[in-house]
Design a protein around this ligand. Structure first.
Ligand code: PHE
Length: 500
């Protein structure tokens, strides 16, 4: 019982005069964690003070125990040789002392200069010997010595001792030392006050250093934390959030409005998830009036098929069925198209963003899943140039702590020019691709009815990438899906992107 052990400690301490009491001698039978519990509680009452000393103690192996009992191999060989004045025959040694002892002991006895060879016989060379190995092991066993490092290493190498970790406590009396452990009150009760009993009680002191109990609470997923940082950046730059609550889109909004031709590889089954039930969408309607967007529909067909608004078009027969197929949206640019089309009713400078999930039929690996979150931004204004886009990107990514950017020409069916964005990642020490961007094509904007001198540029990036870099996650499965460690989600600090 705990109090029994406490009383035992106090009594031993009382008997041990003023010198510190070493736990290994006084309580060899008590496990160190149990002893520590008792010492902690007594120390908190100032009845004793103690210090922990971690030591590695040498323990004798079975072979070493044999040496302590019977002498070392070399000493046994020497004794065997001593039986007669003319020594013994070398070939007889194994029979007398055993094969193992003969093998190890003979060499050692030679090395020590105890024996010598004479023809096929072994003779003694000295009158008497000191079996130091045995003496050393005996001392170690009796705990009268801690071997110095060189000897320790040698005995370890000869497999005569192993080291065992031992926690030892040096214990001294404390200012409130006593032989009895008095029960400390933890509560001052109404009864104690009424009866006056409180005057004779000893109260447990408050422990102001105690850590609070862990309070279970909800935690935001790292993706959500980074998402909220991105939202703040967008809001402080004057952006409005687009409604993205539609994972399923028609081919029309996901591709055709963006001037993606119907034969484009991005529309292949290999890249896009098509919905089978229902498989077909209604024709596009005005969100407010519910009316079929007949003119827009025909303009989209026209710009693809024969060209319009000064464009030559793609010159292929545009199929309604293809446009009405339902897909899991492959990018949130489908939402941007929808918003820009609405803007055409009342064209004016505008900034929009969204952060939501998109789906691609990709092969899954350590950094790719078939779904991810896209961060998307769109800026519409009069007479925007590529310089505006580059300048804006610099400002935007600076707010995420990325200070050096590089732009690489790229291709998107809906933007011209298009640029991949690379950022220098200080932590990784290399350039990483961080986004895709471009100026939306007139085939897209004019078809919507936006004025000729109104330009729009847009960009997109994944939310997962910066989150993985920020939280040092190498495998996306540790961030998303059933393998996510909830402890990781709970314990990660809120993110603060290094705002430049
Ligand atoms: N839709 C593009 C993508 O999925 C991102 C993008 C958006 C590019 C807007 C240009 C303009 O990578």
């Amino acid at each position: 019982m705990a109090t029994e052990l406490a009383t035992r400690v106090l009594h031993s301490l009382n008997d041990a005069s003023e010198l510190p009491l070493a736990s290994s001698e006084a309580f060899p039978d008590v496990e160190s964690t149990v002893l520590k519990g008792a010492l902690d509680s007594l120390q908190s009452r100032e009845m004793l003070v103690y210090k922990t000393i971690d030591r590695e103690e040498p323990i004798l192996t079975e072979e070493a125990e044999g040496i302590v009992r019977e002498g070392s191999h070399e000493a046994k060989v020497y004794e065997a040789v001593c039986v007669a004045m003319d020594g013994i025959k070398i070939s007889e040694l194994p029979r007398i002392v055993g094969a193992a002892t003969a093998k190890v002991g003979q060499g050692k006895a030679f090395k020590e200069g105890w024996i010598k060879k004479d023809g096929d016989r072994l003779l003694k060379k000295v009158a008497s010997i000191n079996d130091t190995t045995r003496d050393q092991l005996q001392l170690i066993k009796a705990k009268q010595t801690t071997p110095e490092p060189a000897l320790l290493a040698e005995l370890k190498k000869r497999k005569l001792i192993t080291l065992q970790k031992r926690i030892n406590f040096k214990i001294n009396k404390g200012p409130k030392f006593a032989l009895e452990v008095v029960k400390e009150e933890t509560d001052l009760t109404a009864e104690m006050i009424a009866s006056g009993a409180w005057k004779d009680k000893i109260f447990k002191p408050y422990n102001f250093a105690a850590l609070g109990a862990h309070t279970p609470s909800g935690a935001l997923h790292p993706l959500n934390k980074v998402r909220s940082e991105f939202r703040n950046i967008f809001f402080e730059m004057g952006f409005t959030e687009m409604p993205t609550n539609r994972f399923v889109e028609s081919g029309f909004w996901n591709f055709d409005t963006l001037f993606v031709p119907q034969q484009h590889p991005a529309r292949d089954l290999q890249d896009t998830f098509y919905i089978s039930d229902p498989a077909v969408a209604d024709k596009p309607r005005d969100d407010e009036t519910g009316e079929f967007l007949a003119e827009y529909w025909e303009n989209v067909r026209g710009v693809h098929e024969d060209g319009k608004f000064g464009s030559l078009g793609y010159r292929y027969p545009w199929k309604e069925e293809e446009s009405l197929r339902l897909v899991l949206r492959t990018h949130t640019t489908a939402i941007s198209a929808n918003i820009l089309h609405k803007l055409a009713k009342n064209p004016r400078p505008a900034r929009y963003f969204s952060i939501d999930r998109v789906f691609r039929n990709e092969s899954v690996d350590a950094t790719h899943l078939a779904e991810f979150h896209q961060v998307e931004g769109v800026i519409a204004d009069y007479n925007l140039t590529l310089g505006d886009l580059i300048g804006f990107m610099q400002e935007f990514f600076q707010k995420m702590g990325v200070h050096q950017l590089r732009f690489k020409p790229a291709y998107n069916p809906y933007t011209e020019p298009s640029m991949e964005i690379f950022g220098y990642h200080e932590g990784l020490g290399k350039w990483v691709e961080i986004g895709n961007s471009g100026m939306f094509r007139p085939e897209m904007l004019e078809t919507m009815g936006l004025p000729k001198d109104m330009r729009a540029h847009g960009w997109g990036l994944s939310l997962e990438r910066p989150t993985m870099i920020r939280y040092k996650v190498n495998n996306i499965r540790e961030l998303v899906g059933h393998k996510v460690d909830l402890g990781f989600v709970e314990s990660n600090a809120a993110v603060r992107l290094d705002r430049g």
